[in-house]
Write a protein that binds this ligand. Structure first.
Ligand code: PLP
Length: 385
């Protein structure tokens, strides 16, 4: 119980509360203890670890020899901004598919960088309309790229990334993907999905610690992107060529984060890669949804649209339900949930990713039932209309 006041029986291996959030996430003790050393960035062991991390990331996305992983220091958004501003030339134009905050953020990044955008927006609980995408591409030949979010973490919705890729390919457009919250848990196949670049980060489904983003890039598209970048730091082409030439990042790499990420990838492989990790998360998600339904909560999304990453629940209408109290009482029991971010409904979210399994999910449900009792609510009366 080092450094923590939480005495929950279901807390993590280090006594910290469990993070039922979209990230940062609960990590294993072994991932955390991988960081108790110091490495020089020119240390041969560190260079080898970094090389191995990058090779594994491209392999997870089925990137053969024609794809490369380029790391970007910072949180996931740094990688998304690097991807958009490196691949889209200053004269380019992007069809941005929006059904939540991360699609909106991509649009904002492009606007700030002076790239043109065309938006296809649907509600947070609605996937993009494929026929409409096709219509826009047919009507707007100046579009150079299509951007999509894999799991839009705002609602937890799964977007049809393979079908979008097929349309983009048919119209000869570049395809840029934010797979931040899904990468490692849901399959991404850069070859069959016609992806030019896909961005993700260390601290989501690979279960590393925050601090490193990465973009898996089609080598040929990345070569053509030379000179596109409109910032010094977020230039993936420069980062890539520098790494190839010198094995060095251009600026200080987050050494501890990368070594922990390497350990997280070992654990990811041991669990059976995307299939194994995805299976655990799907099981977590099923337990969560079933348990919450039994307590009277209603998920926002239908099963077909729900990605096994984070689940949005409607806020109960019962006046005895106070979200802040619910949140605080759960935190005191060792479970951190997440507020909602929707415009379509008053809601809150519970994540099912990170170093959590069946036992942790069931314990979280027990804690939720206790808190409902404490608030004087009849279980199964948390029901919304
Ligand atoms: C987490 C996340 C990001 C990146 O967010 P950061 O806070 O910058 O790490 C981007 N896109 C999606 C879909 C995400 O879930």
């Amino acid at each position: 119980m080092t450094g923590s006041t939480y005495a929950s029986p279901a807390c993590s291996e280090t006594g910290d509360p469990l993070l039922l959030t979209p990230g940062p996430l609960t990590t294993s003790r072994t991932v955390k203890t991988a960081m108790v050393h110091d490495w020089g960035s020119r240390d041969a062991n560190f260079i080898e670890i970094n090389r191995s991390v990058l090779a594994r990331l491209a392999a997870i996305a089925n990137g053969g020899n024609d794809w490369v992983s380029v790391p970007m220091q910072g949180s996931g958004t740094f990688a998304v901004e690097a991807m958009l501003t490196t691949f889209v030339p200053p004269g380019g134009e992007v069809l941005v598919l929006i059904n939540g905050a991360y699609g909106k953020r991509a649009k904002r990044i492009l606007e700030i960088a002076g790239r043109k955008t065309v938006v296809h927006e649907t509600a947070e609980d609605t996937p993009p309309d494929l026929a409409q995408i096709e219509k826009v591409l047919a009507a707007t030949p100046s579009i150079t790229h299509v951007f999509a979010v894999h799991c839009e973490t705002t609602a937890g919705i799964l977007n049809p990334i393979a079908q979008i890729g097929a349309i983009a390919a048919r119209y000869g457009k570049g395809y840029l993907l934010d797979s931040m919250s899904a990468f490692g848990a849901l399959p991404v196949d850069v070859q069959t999905m016609h992806i030019d670049a896909v961005a993700a980060s260390s601290n989501k489904c690979i279960e590393g610690v925050p601090g490193l983003g990465f973009v898996i890039c089609r080598r040929e598209a990345l070569s053509r992107a030379k000179g596109n970048a409109t910032t010094l730091v977020l230039d993936l082409h420069e980062q890539w060529t520098n790494l190839e030439k010198t094995s060095q990042y251009r600026f200080t790499p987050p050494t501890h984060v990368i070594v922990a990420f390497h350990q997280a990838l070992e654990e990811f492989d041991a669990e059976g890669g995307v299939a194994g990790r995805g299976a655990r998360y799907r099981n977590n998600c099923r337990i969560l949804v079933e348990g919450m339904r039994a307590l009277g909560f209603k998920p926002l999304l239908s099963e077909a649209l729900q990605a096994p990453i984070i689940v949005t629940f409607h806020m109960p209408e019962d006046p005895r339900f106070e979200f802040q109290r619910f949140y605080d009482s759960l935190k005191a029991r060792g479970y951190v949930i997440y507020p909602g971010k929707l415009t379509v409904a008053d809601s809150f979210r519970i994540g099912c990713i990170g170093r959590l399994g069946e036992r942790e999910m069931r314990a979280a449900l027990n804690a939720i039932a206790e808190v409902l009792d404490e608030m004087g609510m009849n279980r199964a009366v948390a029901r919304t209309a």
